[in-house]
Design a protein around this ligand. Structure first.
Ligand code: KDG
Length: 315
């Protein structure tokens, strides 16, 4: 039985390995990416059991997603093959000035056809955490319904609902996102949010302002990821902060939030204090920004060996 269940879209991603515009790129690297899949890989590398629920096309990208996740030890038994729709694909552009752009080819993808009928009670049995993000409800009406149903199934299974609003500007406008995400945030037990999302969706920039927004939810903890400023967790009216883990050189920040979430949730599963869980989050996030790709930088064994990450004394 999994400790964590997550659902969402995993896609094939293509990107130039050098910071050159896509219009001029000659060669592209191929990998898989998607917030929930990144989280699954991070948690699995930390030694936790995770089930990833999704749909992929009957195509080489679907096979690649399945085999990559299976090789990572993620449970792939609830990844359905859709015979009618392709796996979503996107291109990532990384310009020399640090600007990053994404170009999605994911409309009508297999994962966008995920629906409540694909979710079953047994898939959630035994889970302690059910992780959902605000990307999925932006994909289609049936995906939005699947997310709402997953919240119900999580609650029935006695799992905590973890929600990351993960606002993606190419998918929807902030107004629409806020209207759809608010009811989900209100049902979450643990909220994990980036400072960019707090600004984009709620128009709040200062930590104190975010805390006030967090107070309006019923979550037992709201975590704010603040990139190079570290992270903090709001519990009631108190706030626990940790600094960022040092990074020699930021190569690619994409995926750092998902890595942070994996570290934080691993800490939660292990019964760490909030401060220790935040520290594990920043450590995994830092490993991810040091390399190209959404999850490559974190191998689960740095500093030195998985066991040390389990050793609270080292924090
Ligand atoms: O968090 C990283 C994700 O943004 C990336 O892997 C792609 O999930 C993705 C999305 O929908 O943009």
């Amino acid at each position: 039985q999994p400790e964590v269940v997550t659902l969402g879209e995993c896609m094939a991603v293509l990107y130039p390995s050098e910071p050159i515009p896509l219009a001029q790129a000659g060669q592209l690297a191929l990998d898989i990416a998607g917030a929930e899949a990144n989280l699954s890989i991070g948690l699995s590398r930390l030694g936790h059991r995770v089930r990833f629920i999704s749909r992929v096309g009957n195509d080489p990208f679907g096979q690649r997603i399945r085999s990559t996740l299976a090789a990572e030890g993620v449970q792939t038994d609830a990844i359905i093959t859709d015979e009618q729709a392709p796996t979503g694909v996107f291109f990532r552009e990384w310009l020399p000035d640090g600007l990053r752009r994404v170009f999605y080819y994911r409309r009508f993808s297999a994962a966008s056809r995920l629906a409540p009928e694909h979710l079953h009670r047994e898939l959630f049995e035994g889970a302690r955490l059910v992780h959902l993000t605000g990307i999925t409800p932006a994909l289609s009406q049936s995906c939005a319904e699947a997310v709402a149903y997953a919240v119900e199934l999580a609650q029935e299974a006695g799992a905590l609902v973890v929600f990351d609003p993960n606002y993606r500007a190419p998918l929807w406008e902030p107004e629409q996102a806020r209207a759809v995400l608010l009811p989900l945030l209100r049902r979450a037990d643990i909220i994990l949010m980036s400072h960019e999302d707090a600004a984009a969706v709620f128009g709040v920039e200062e930590v104190e302002e975010v805390r006030k927004v967090a107070e309006t939810f019923r979550a037992q903890v709201t975590v704010l990821r603040r990139a190079e400023q570290g992270a903090c967790a709001f519990v009631g009216s108190s706030c626990i902060s940790v600094p960022a883990h040092p990074v020699a050189q930021v190569v690619d920040p994409v995926g750092a939030g998902d890595g942070f979430n994996a570290g934080f949730l691993a800490g939660w599963l292990r019964g760490y204090s909030l401060q220790e869980a935040l520290q594990l989050g920043t450590r995994v996030g830092a490993a991810i920004v040091a390399e190209l790709g959404d999850y490559a930088g974190f191998r689960g064994e740095e500093t030195p060996g998985k066991s040390s990450i389990e050793d609270k004394e080292r924090f």
